[in-house]
Design a protein around this ligand. Sequence first.
Ligand SMILES: [Mn+2]
Length: 317
Amino acid sequence: MAGGDVFGDSLTVQGTRTLLGAPHVHDLDTLEADLALFGVPYDMGTSVPLRTGQSRGPHAARQEAFAYWQDITELDWVDPDTGETPLMGYRFADCGDVHIAGGQIHENLDRISEVGRRLAARDAVVGAIGGDHSISFPVGRGVCEKYEKVDVVHFDAHADFADVQGGSKYTHGSNLRRLSELPYINHITALGIRNTYKAQRDDLLAYGGTMTSVRKMRADGIEATVQGVVPDSEHIYVSIDIDVLDAALVPGTTLPEPGGFTYDELVRGLAAVSQKGTIVGFDIVELSPPHDVNGLTARTVNWVMFEFLRAIAESAR
Ligand SMILES: [Mn+2]
């Protein structure tokens, strides 16, 4: 059904929404989809007191999906300039939320990885909706394991390259560091960074990674920067902390920071990354609904996801 007549003859609609309006798929091992989404309602990696709430991210992302009552692939969203309907026919699935149990840090992380592993085994692009940024480590660990070499591109206001925070190795400030330690993770590019520490920058550069600020990317050009700092790659995993956007755009994130990307800059950055190699998976994290205003951040998360998927679909053609 195209975007016009949504309701047909029905008087009621399904009350439970899904990510991007995608069909819900319960059996991960028989999944047939181009893109498999799942939620990770986890905020036990948050190292900032009183700032939790990201566990409600997947629910808020579903509620604020802009394709309210239908699969986004059936929505004839059209590019106003070109007349293209870029995601028509793309096969999506919402695989539900990872089972998170109270107090079980490592068991939870293992379950998150296992979901990523199972979905990647079905040859789908895997997308995880957080959750705090600590989920990036278990998601990336599971999704990337089947590849010999995966490069990571990290969009974030913060470097998240701490070895330990408050005595813990599994926080939302050490996720990129944990990913870097996996044997199949190769190059790391950090983009949009504007609040970090010397030790984290030194360690990332010593690892062989690069770090670029919003200010420099804006001065040098978004596409030109990505072209210059992201290596040509066979497989890419992208981690998007929504706080990479300017604080004014994302009240509902854990640590909003001024001086961030505009929406257009982030979308262009993601499109440029998708030209550098095959995107095998991604996460979008740090949506914190208790801090949000009028669902703005949740809705923005949906739009970022939509634009990124559009770029992935277009670069695969
Ligand atoms: Mn982060």
